[in-house]
Design a protein around this ligand. Sequence first.
Ligand code: C2O
Ligand code: CU
Length: 492
Amino acid sequence: MPDIQLTKGDIVLSRRNLLTTGAAAVGAGALTGTFTSPAAEAAAKPTPSTAAGSIPKFAVAMPVPEVLRPVRRSWNTDYYRMTMRTVSTEIVPGHQTEVLTYDGSFPGPTIMAESGRRVVVEQTNALDTPVSVHLHGASVPTSSDGYPMNVIEPGGTRTYTYPNVQPNANLWMHDHAHMEEAEHVYRGMSSMVVLSDAAERKLGLPSGEYDVPLVIRDVDLDDNAGIVFTMDDSVNRTTILVNGKPWPYFTVEARKYRFRVLNSTNLRWLAPFLADASSYTMVGSDGGLLEAPYSTPAVVLSPGERADIVIDFSTYAPGTSVVLQNLAGTGDPAEIMRFDVVAAKAEDHSRVPAALRTLPALPTPTVQRSVVLTMDEDGRPNPMGYINGKTFDMNRIDTTVRFGDTEVWTVSNGNVTTPHNFHMHLVQYRVLERNGKPVDPSEAGLKDVVALLPGEEVKIQMTFDSYRGLYLYHCHLMDHSAMGMMAQMEIV
Ligand code: C2O
Ligand code: CU
């Protein structure tokens, strides 16, 4: 089992609890090493901003992002309209912060989609910068995939069509404008798209008001609560936001809840962990439900990864609280949010069945490739990111894939101190092994982001049987992809 290196007193206590409860099986990859590159250390400001220090914890209620309503529905399609615009929002109580948004909210509204029903979104860019809308985790034609150069200029409109010919999954709408994606997403261009299906609904998992997105991110705020973006700064983004609010509290009934956790940070690892070391049940990952529920005290999520977890608050007395901490990384703020438990309004009829789904059998692969992720780690100014030694070039096709082929890619992190991860557009893959060993249950489902700590190697398998065309693969530490750690494949 991977060990966890912990540095802060309060987390060490958690670790001890973890060990005494005998539940040491914690998620993907070892949580060791520093998650800060030398370049980031060099770029870091000498003192962290003071705004973070002045924000009281657990003082603001966590909002649930609103669900966007279609402007029209036909027999097989839901039509939406969104305007990307700058708004002011209250992140720090009493202060206004300017953010970039999908349709005016931070994070953006949730779109509820259904397998087999198309979603068509007409996006209008009311920002003063070109944008490109990507639906992360979705299998879509290349014209709607948010290719970095298919931008919407300020004042322009573009219509994206999402066929939703795939099973349930938590998808993520975010910006992908060439070299600007990191800053745009960091400033707010992020919305969840929940793709559901009948098979999922039949399971009886907590639903309705008991099915809640937790969009977790960090941010560096200045003394006026303005968002500070410094490329590759993994040191100063110390304010944790859940659904756009700093270290919020959320009132829950003493019953089961399903949380759709999205790590929407650019650089930070998250390992949500209940402070009393209780286990929760992971039921889904990036590409939808796992085959079987997995009980664990913490799931490790690198940037872009999702986890569906069920927490049973009926074990807590009404009137008590439990803090959700982050067990990952070094020097991290330990808290994420707090759950305040009240009596249940009614009996809880939700359940977590022992079998959630059956994943298709793995076809025999016919092509093997290897991918090495690296970034300049020597402290030089303007470090670049590389895939197989090359920075991203729009005019170069890095990989040509035959439509229909099943491939195995060996992906490794060639750096010594810098963590990376690996995201592919278009496909959901299976992680066959990590460092030569079978993966942990949290990584056994369909995935589109896989974490790679320094020196780690994974083997992933995918089948290219949905669309032809140009698609990206990249590190999803968004500052890294914006620094060139991105490449493209053409499916022909
Ligand atoms: Cu979520 Cu190309 O990214
Ligand atoms: Cu990276």
